[in-house]
Design a protein around this ligand. Structure first.
Ligand code: ADP
Ligand code: MG
Length: 896
């Protein structure tokens, strides 16, 4: 227990699996946790002391499954092995932790998802308060992918959500105590920088690992990285200007070395993510556009990912996710992808051949990672070799495609003949899944192994002949040669023949109807066989490790090929979806504009079974462009009205999705389009419309709106869906109105689409130059309302709500009364004091009249004297002088 306590002290944040013979035992609190989480029996052990120690154990053979279960629940498991052979140990067997399995660094296949990366994300802060920079570093231990960034505090959460970490690594000070190593969850980070608040809300139970703050210091990180990658300076990695991020990177490398040292061998040099190279998609936008995750149920099919993921390989599927979350801003890069997609859209045969060839490409990235970390199985190596064989086929097809991007990929589409040669020469065609379950190394690869194998073969051969030989020699026709684990080989003779047994046989065991014997020759041969088997196993293991290490040396090169293959796969997927769904290649413009003809919503379109999706056009342009060309018909701020269910939200998101898709390098669901490049894309949904984030409040909506108003630029695209709806009507309308004014007149004038049920906003068109009204059309067919889903210019008919109510069968009286109130409200809106009125009228019940009398205070229930006079006026009998006098008169009236 003293040994246990010493080791446990160093792994306080993990459940310690303490190897004792054929079991991993857990003690004390760990045992209680393990028993609860794994459904084990909790026993106790008395170690001679006064107290009983709780204990729970799992058999070593089944340990993988238990470890997996714990890690999936967010625990870390430290695997403590016996470091020497217990038979040879003097005193207590030496033990040590060989690996800590954590949610973010797991290498076990059962803990990895095929088409998404498993990230450990480290965060570090540089400076304090408002000037604090937050650095972020991430590692996928299974592939060696290593990235860093220093996002704006406002986009930190989005960055983290994009990565979707399985584990967070932060300075222990952030937890508000200085305990050092202890586990936690995101919600515990009480002393963390404010920028993390949102992360805590987003995933409160995200596992968090803590390490002392000094480990996150930039200087230390710089040293650690330079040493690790053998460089003098980090400038070559593009990390020259980074501080906090280098600190985070240093901490992550140190942590990885501590828990999963094997993965260090495959760690690739860090890549810096430069914010300006990507559209800053914030978390709300990614959620609202349903890029990767659906807002409500519907699963993957309800997301953009679900529609465009026609990738063949795991590496392609993971790259696609990254591309989807980070649309580009570089025009050349975008156009290069469009072009590359184009060559495959046109050439369906090449596309199919490419997909077929990619079908024999395995997860090279992870396989190479496993080879480097010494975890690859014999089958892994064969899969790598098969992939190497597939690369030239892929390459051959790519060579035939005409586009600069394809040409640029060629040098990296490398077949790695060295790897192929090593594996083909050394490993049998169909090796077992694990070592020891059959031959792994090929005949003829190693003389020593071959000698051992032939010795075993000779021995077995001798034994195989023994039965016949001895039957003949002894005349015992029923004599049998058998084998069991306890006694080894034996000769079995039934009772009736015992008399014929030769004297040199040695009796070994009595069975029900006979006896078993051995002979010295048999024992000797058996020893030879067993000895040979031991030699074979040892030699195979040795040779395999050598081969794996040799392959591991090529890991970095293999991963470069993996990257290229993944890109081929994604481009091919883009082409496939474009060809099948009749998408078009967008023309990328240098101006701030969005002109879409016949645009469709890629996901809704797929969902509509039977119905056809109604395509719609969009014309948006930046303020500068419109001021030069006011007659272009485009809007900078588009006010979109229409009744519920008309298709406003769908239209709005379709614009965002088309723009995002184009900048990812994909073709788009439209007839044709000319698109400028946007630097930011915001999509907001008003609180009460946002069902998915159930706890979402009006405050959140306003925080998000504030974020847009602060961060949008002249080059941004802002999509607002029912903003202001989460509060009372006048409040909400007032906010919607002033937000619109700001987007039109404020310091930044982003292209904006505002879908709203506030009909009043349509008035903006007559006041602000670059505002255009659009509506989603609705038609009435007898007793039915038909949503035409067609967007056209102009404001929508405001009384549709009442209309729908009538068709739905509201009592006649209610419908008529509603119309009356609506008219009064409209009149009120235009009254001199701009006060809307709660309307008395012919149909008003008595209590409303009473209320109406009381609120004459507001001047609303009274008929307007000016209006009354105007109504009485007979224009045909009015002289010019009388007209002038009348004007004076009503002006007096108004003043009084
Ligand atoms: P709103 O936001 O105006 O209430 P939605 O955008 O939510 O309306 O659309 C309502 C329904 O109409 C959606 O379920 C969608 O499937 C369908 N829809 C929307 N736009 C179209 C379209 N252009 N063509 C066909 N169906 C559409
Ligand atoms: Mg809507």
């Amino acid at each position: 227990m003293r040994q246990y306590a010493r080791i446990k002290e160093q792994h306080r944040d993990a459940i310690l699996f303490f190897r004792m013979g054929d079991f991993y035992e857990t003690f004390q609190d760990d045992a209680v946790t393990a028993a609860r989480e794994l459904g084990l029996t909790l026993t106790s052990r008395n170690n001679g002391g006064a107290s009983e120690v709780p204990l729970a154990g799992v058999p070593v053979k089944a340990a993988d499954g238990y470890v997996r279960k714990l890690v999936q629940k967010g625990y870390k498991v430290a695997i403590c092995e016996q470091l020497e052979d217990p038979k040879q140990a003097i005193g207590i067997v030496d033990r040590g932790v060989v690996e800590v399995v954590t949610p973010g660094t797991a290498l076990d296949e059962g803990l990895l998802e095929r088409d998404r990366s498993t990230y450990l994300v480290a965060l570090a802060a540089d400076g304090a308060g408002k000037d604090a920079r937050i650095g972020i570093a991430w590692v996928d231990a299974s592939t060696g992918e290593f990235g860093v960034a220093e996002p704006e505090p406002a986009s930190l959460c989005a960055e983290i959500q994009r990565l979707g970490p399985s584990e967070l690594l932060v300075p222990s000070e952030w937890r508000g105590d200085r305990a050092g190593v202890q586990v936690g969850v995101a919600a515990d980070l009480v002393a963390a920088p404010k920028a993390l608040d949102h992360v805590k809300e987003w995933k409160p139970d995200l596992p968090v690992s803590l390490r002392d703050g000094w480990r996150f210091e930039a200087e230390l990180g710089r040293g650690e990285l330079c040493r690790r990658f053998g460089v003098q300076s980090l400038d070559g990695f593009g990390l020259g200007g980074f501080g906090a991020a280098v600190g985070a990177a240093g901490a992550i490398v140190a942590y990885l070395g501590e828990v999963q040292a094997a993965a260090m061998a495959g760690l690739r040099p860090p890549r810096a993510l430069v914010a300006a190279e990507h559209i800053a998609l914030d978390d709300a936008t990614m959620a609202n556009l349903e890029l990767l995750e659906p807002l409500r149920d519907g699963g993957r099919r309800a997301t953009l990912l679900g529609v465009v993921d026609r990738t063949t390989t795991a590496i392609g599927a993971r790259l696609l996710r990254r591309w989807l979350a980070r649309p580009l801003t570089d025009r050349d890069e975008i156009v290069a992808r469009h072009q590359a997609v184009g060559s495959l859209v046109e050439d369906g045969i090449a596309r199919q051949r490419l997909a077929d060839a990619l079908g024999t490409v395995y997860d090279v990235e992870r396989l190479a990672g496993r080879a480097a970390s010494g975890r690859a199985t014999p089958r892994d190596l064969v899969a790598l070799a098969d992939t190497c064989r597939a690369v030239p086929v892929v390459r051959g097809i790519v060579e035939g495609l005409v586009a600069p991007r394809w040409a640029a990929l060629l040098p990296r589409l490398h077949g790695h003949p060295e790897v192929l040669e090593i594996v083909d020469e050394a490993i049998v065609d169909e090796p077992p899944a694990v070592m020891g379950d059959g031959p792994v190394i090929r005949e003829g690869f190693d003389e020593e192994l071959d000698r051992a194998r032939s010795a075993r073969h000779d021995g077995r051969d001798w034994i195989a002949r023994l039965q016949a030989d001895e039957r003949e020699r002894t005349g015992i026709a029923s004599l049998k040669v058998g084998f069991n684990k306890v006694f080894g080989y034996y000769l079995e003779v039934t009772k009736s023949h015992l008399s014929k047994v030769p004297p040199d046989w040695i009796r070994k065991q009595t069975i029900a109807n006979g006896e078993r014997y051995v002979t010295p020759e048999l024992k000797q041969t058996e020893d030879e066989i067993l000895g040979a088997e031991e030699r074979i196993a040892a030699r195979e293991a040795e040779l395999f490790a050598e081969v794996r290490a040799q392959v591991g040396k090529h890991a970095a090169a293999l991963q470069a090929t993996a990257d290229a293959l993944a890109e081929v796969d994604v481009l091919c997927a883009f082409a496939d979806v474009a060809a099948r769904n009749r998408w078009c290649r967008p023309e990328m413009s240098d101006q701030v504009e969005i002109e879409i003809i016949g645009g469709r919503h890629p996901v809704v379109e797929e969902w509509l079974e039977g119905e056809t999706f109604v395509p719609n056009d969009t014309h948006l342009a930046g303020a500068e462009l419109l001021d030069h060309e006011p007659s272009s018909g485009a809007a900078q701020l588009m006010i979109l009205t229409g009744p519920n269910m008309a298709g406003k939200s769908t239209y709005l998101r379709q614009i965002g999705l088309i723009q995002a898709l184009a900048q990812m390098g994909s073709w788009i669901p439209a007839e044709r389009a000319r698109l400028g490049i946007v630097d930011r894309l915001f999509t907001r949904v008003g609180a009460s419309d946002n069902l998915a984030r159930g706890q979402s409040t009006f405050l959140v909506e306003m925080i998000e709106t504030a974020n847009i108003l602060h961060n949008a630029t002249d080059h941004s695209l802002v999509l607002l869906d029912e903003i202001g709806r989460g509060t009372s009507t006048f409040d909400g309308l007032a906010i919607a109105w002033s937000v619109s004014e700001w987007l039109h007149e404020g310091p930044a004038k982003p292209m904006t689409v505002f879908a709203t049920h506030y009909h009043e906003l349509t008035e903006l068109e007559s006041i602000l130059a670059r505002v255009r009204n659009y509506k989603v059309e609705v038609a009435e067919h007898g007793d039915e309302i038909v949503f035409l889903k067609r967007v056209s210019t102009g404001p929508s008919d405001r009384s549709y709500g009442i209309h729908v109510g009538r068709l739905a069968g509201l009592p006649d009286h209610v419908v008529k009364r509603a119309q009356e109130i609506l008219q009064n409200l409209e009149a009120g809106e235009w009254s001199a004091d701009r006060m809307p009125s709660l309307a008395p009228g012919e149909l008003a019940p008595e209590w409303v009249l009473r209320v109406g009398e009381q609120i004459t205070l507001f001047g609303a229930a009274r008929p307007n004297p000016v209006v009354e006079k105007l109504e009485r006026l007979d224009l045909d009998r009015l002289s010019p002088k009388q007209a002038l006098e009348f004007l004076y008169e009503i002006q007096d009236d108004l003043e009084s």
